[in-house]
Design a protein around this ligand. Structure first.
Ligand SMILES: Cc1cc2nc3c(=O)[nH]c(=O)nc-3n(C[C@H](O)[C@H](O)[C@H](O)COP(=O)(O)OP(=O)(O)OC[C@H]3O[C@@H](n4cnc5c(N)ncnc54)[C@H](O)[C@@H]3O)c2cc1C
Ligand code: FES
Length: 251
């Protein structure tokens, strides 16, 4: 797979430290599916050797959207891109998420974890009974709420401080609703403790989690992304994921 150049067509800030960048790349957009990610070259010199993985948050025609939180030099650099700049991108990488039909589907997103669930939501909304749960620290940190609602899916909110929706954790909001469904299909993306808690409280209901931990090459070569399986052995979540059955791995 060779990298491609993709012009930035729109860039804006969504919340404190959270940014949205739309790129145009027809070939990439055509191949991209929910659950996959792009490896973006950032900075120059040695820094550029290790690309930064960012999930595909949305797709419209030949455009793809990246939504990211700034945590270090790479994502800071990305947040300074403007319309007219270009990105050097490898992808799409990872396995597409499973896309069921006719099911009770629940999407549970914590913080920036809402981003990759939006693309999945668009794909699944028309073919399933879908409900979305979004959690954030406070109202100002909630992202993509309007976009999820525009898919026609009910969206429920939880914030730590109660400034929007129910006060408390998104896992507490989702748990009783999911447990009422006959054979629920659950997807989740968010911080590792949130994924671990959701998997624990819903057990034995399987949870398909988007793993966004640190990774290296992104293409199966370096083993930086090994996750231990409960049944023994390891998976590389850049290849076997990033969407994995949380019940089967040690988080
Ligand atoms: C498959 C995949 C998809 C991802 N999708 C998204 C996305 O859609 N939006 C988004 O905001 N982020 C996403 N991430 C995380 C993103 O790749 C990292 O935040 C980014 O690589 C950090 O680069 P940096 O140069 O800014 O920070 P660095 O300078 O590399 O690190 C700065 C700090 O951030 C921490 N950090 C670095 N990488 C991660 C990580 N993966 N998870 C948690 N903390 C980290 C480091 O420990 C360090 O403390 C994804 C990660 C993976 C593996
Ligand atoms: S990141 Fe290198 S093998 Fe997964």
């Amino acid at each position: 797979m060779s990298p491609v150049t993709a012009p930035v067509v729109q860039a804006r800030r969504l919340a404190a430290g959270v940014f949205s960048v739309w790129i145009r790349q027809a070939g990439l957009a055509q191949k991209s599916k929910p659950g996959q990610f792009l490896n973006v070259r950032v900075l120059d010199g040695l820094d550029a050797l290790l690309r930064r993985p960012i999930s595909i948050a949305d797709k419209q025609g030949d455009r793809l959207r990246l939504v990211f939180r700034t945590v270090g030099r790479g994502t800071e650099w990305l947040s300074r891109r403007r319309a007219g700049d270009s990105l050097d991108i490898l992808g799409p990488l990872g396995r597409p998420a499973p896309t069921p039909t006719g099911k009770d589907v629940f999407l549970v997103g914590g913080g920036i974890g809402a981003a990759p669930l939006l693309f999945l939501c668009r794909r699944l909304a028309a073919r399933n009974r879908l409900q979305v749960f979004l959690g954030a620290r406070d109202k100002g940190h909630l992202i993509l709420r309007r976009e999820f609602r525009d898919t026609g899916s009910p969206v429920r909110i939880a914030t730590d401080d109660g400034s929007a929706g129910q006060r408390g954790m998104v896992t507490e909001l989702a748990e009783p609703v999911v447990k009422q469904a006959r054979s629920p299909v659950v997807y989740a993306c968010g911080p590792k403790p949130m994924l671990a808690e959701l998997s624990r409280c819903l057990d034995p209901i399987p949870v398909l989690g988007f793993v966004e931990e640190r990774m290296g090459c992104g293409t199966g070569i370096c083993y930086c992304c090994a996750l231990e399986r409960k049944a023994g052995g390891y998976i590389r979540f850049c290849q076997d994921g990033p969407v994995v059955l949380l019940n089967e791995v040690k988080l």
